[in-house]
Ligand binder design. Structure first.
Ligand SMILES: Cc1cc2nc3c(=O)[nH]c(=O)nc-3n(C[C@H](O)[C@H](O)[C@H](O)COP(=O)(O)OP(=O)(O)OC[C@H]3O[C@@H](n4cnc5c(N)ncnc54)[C@H](O)[C@@H]3O)c2cc1C
Length: 430
C-alpha cells in the first residue's frame, strides 16, 4: 500500500509546481539571462522557486539556504508521540535541482537593493533582477526570562522541526508515569496557532496509553485559541482529566523558567514539571531585520497582491516572515502566497500588471490517529489588506469540514503528501 502511494506521489511530483498554484501560471517571455534569487528553502521559498521555473523555463532561479536538508513542521507532532519516525519529515533539495533550480548552500547576509545584489556568508555576491525572501521565523530568546538557546536544550520548543522534535519525543518517552508535561504558548503572532493544542491532544492520547497517571498542562499567554470549541470537547470526552488549559486570565502566561529544575513561573507561582515544551515568542528570521525588511514591531510589511516589500522595491517577502493580515502563518498559506508571488514576479519582469489575488489555506489538527479538525480559510484583498472571504455559501460543506472526523484525518494525510510535492518536488519515502 505504502509503496503504491509512494509511486503515485512520485508521479504527482512530476507535476509538482501545478499543485502549489491557485490559478495556472502563464508561460512568461523574459529577456535573456533574467535571474530571480530566492532566500530560504522552506515551504514558501521552495514552492516559489518551483513555480517560477515551471512558468518560465528560461528563467535563472537560484535558491539560497544553508541547509541541504529540511524537516517539515507539519506532521512533526506525530513524531513527538511516536506515530512517525523523524526521518519521515525530511526533504532534500533534489526535487528543486531536478526542476532546474540552482541551489546554493549558503546563508544570505544582506541586500544591496540599489545594485540588486545579495551578499552571502561565504563571500559570494549574487546579482538578481527580482529577489524573493522567505526566511521563516526566529525566537525572541529571554522574552521569557531564562529561556534562551541553552535552556531550549532542556526545555525544547520543537517549533522548528528536526533535532528539537526528536528531543521532545525522547523526553516524553523517558518520563516516568505520573510526571506532568507542560506546554507554554506565547502571545503575539506565531507560526501555526492551532499546533500547540494539537500537540497537547496527541500527548494526552499518548499518556492515556503509556503513562496513565500523567497529564498535560497548557500554560497559555492567550485567552482563546483556534477551534477552541472542538479541542475542548475532545479533551472533555476523549481524554477526561488529562488536559488542563490555563489561560492568561488565570495566570497562564509563563514569565520565567529555570531550565535546571524544569520549573515554570507564572503570576500564579512556580510549577515544577517532568517535561517542559516552551514555545518562545516569535519574529521573522534574523535576515529580515538585518536586510531592512521588517518594521519596528517585527514582521515584514508587503503589498497584499504582489508580496513586494513596502520597504525595498524589487524585493518580495512571503511565508511566515511577512505580514499577511488575516492569513495564518502556515505552510498551506505559504504555498498560496508563493504561487501568487511567483506570478507577480513574472508579471513585473515582463512588464505586465500583477494577477488578481485570491488566497486559500487549510490546516488540519489531529485529535487521535484517525480523527482531525480542519481550519480552512479563503482570503481576498480589500482596501489594501488581506481579509477573510465571506463564509462558504454551502453551510453543509462548511459544517462537514469543521467537524472532528475521520474524513478530515484522511484529508490531512493527503494535504501533507501534496504539500511536500508542491513545495519541494519530493514525495514521502515509503
Ligand atoms: C508543530 C507545527 C506543526 C505545523 N503543522 C502545520 C500544518 O499541519 N499545516 C500547515 O500548513 N502548517 C503547519 N505548520 C506551520 C509551517 O511549518 C510554517 O508555517 C511553514 O514552515 C512556514 O514556511 P516558511 O517557508 O515561511 O518558513 P520555514 O519553513 O521556516 O523555512 C525558512 C527557511 O529559510 C532558511 N533561512 C533562514 N534564514 C536564512 C538566510 N539568512 N539565508 C538563507 N536561508 C535562510 C531556513 O534555513 C529555512 O529552510 C506547523 C508548524 C509547527 C511548529
Amino acid at each position: 500500500m505504502r509503496r503504491r502511494q509512494f509511486l503515485k506521489d512520485l508521479a504527482l511530483a512530476a507535476a509538482a509546481p501545478a499543485l502549489g498554484r491557485s490559478t495556472p501560471a502563464r508561460a512568461a517571455r523574459l529577456p535573456a539571462h533574467t535571474r530571480v534569487v530566492v532566500i530560504g528553502g522552506g515551504f514558501a521559498g521552495s514552492a516559489c522557486a518551483l513555480s517560477l521555473r515551471a512558468a518560465a523555463r528560461d528563467l535563472d532561479v537560484a535558491l539560497i539556504d544553508p541547509d541541504e536538508s529540511y524537516w517539515t513542521c507539519p506532521t512533526s507532532n506525530e513524531v513527538v508521540v511516536g506515530w512517525r519516525e523523524l526521518g519521515s519529515l525530511k526533504v532534500t533539495r533534489q526535487g528543486l535541482r531536478r526542476a532546474g533550480v540552482g541551489v546554493l548552500a549558503a546563508r544570505a547576509q544582506g541586500i544591496d537593493a540599489d545594485r540588486r545584489r545579495v551578499r552571502l556568508d561565504d563571500g559570494r555576491d549574487l546579482a538578481f533582477d527580482r529577489l524573493v525572501v522567505a526566511p521563516g521565523i526566529r525566537f525572541l530568546w529571554n522574552r521569557i526570562e531564562g529561556y534562551d538557546v541553552f535552556a531550549a536544550q532542556r526545555m525544547p520548543h520543537a517549533w522548528q522541526a528536526g533535532r528539537q522534535t526528536a528531543l521532545l519525543a525522547a523526553q516524553l518517552r523517558a518520563m516516568e508515569d505520573g510526571g506532568v508535561v507542560a506546554i507554554a504558548v506565547p502571545s503575539g503572532l506565531m507560526r501555526c496557532p492551532p499546533a500547540p493544542y494539537e500537540r497537547a491532544t496527541l500527548i494526552a492520547h499518548y499518556l492515556a496509553r503509556h503513562k496513565p497517571r500523567s497529564k498535560v498542562l497548557i500554560f497559555d499567554a492567550n485567552n482563546h485559541f483556534p477551534r477552541q470549541d472542538a479541542f475542548t470537547e475532545v479533551w472533555r470526552n476523549d481524554y477526561p482529566g488529562r488536559v488542563e488549559w490555563i489561560p492568561v486570565t488565570q495566570n497562564g502566561a509563563v514569565a520565567k523558567v529555570d531550565a535546571d529544575t524544569l520549573t515554570l513561573y507564572t503570576g500564579g507561582g512556580a510549577q515544577r514539571v517532568a517535561v517542559a515544551n516552551v514555545i518562545a515568542p516569535q519574529a521573522p528570521a534574523a535576515f529580515a531585520p538585518a536586510a531592512g525588511l521588517a518594521t519596528g514591531h517585527g514582521w515584514c510589511p508587503v503589498d497584499p497582491v504582489t508580496f513586494e516589500s513596502t520597504h525595498l522595491a524589487g524585493v518580495h517577502v512571503i511565508g511566515d516572515a511577512c505580514i499577511a493580515d488575516a492569513m495564518p502563518k502556515s505552510g498551506s498559506a505559504a504555498l498560496s502566497q508563493a504561487a501568487q508571488c511567483a506570478q507577480a514576479v513574472l508579471a513585473a519582469l515582463s512588464g505586465r500588471a500583477p494577477p488578481a489575488a485570491e488566497y486559500a489555506s487549510v490546516c488540519y489538527a489531529l485529535t487521535a490517529r484517525r480523527s482531525a479538525v480542519a481550519l480552512p480559510g479563503r482570503f481576498l484583498v480589500q482596501a489594501g489588506r488581506i481579509v477573510a472571504a465571506p463564509a462558504a455559501a454551502n453551510a453543509q460543506a462548511a459544517a462537514a469540514a469543521n467537524a472532528t472526523s475521520a474524513a478530515n484525518a484522511q484529508a490531512a494525510g493527503r494535504w501533507y503528501r501534496e504539500a511536500r510535492i508542491a513545495a519541494f518536488g519530493e514525495a514521502m519515502r515509503a
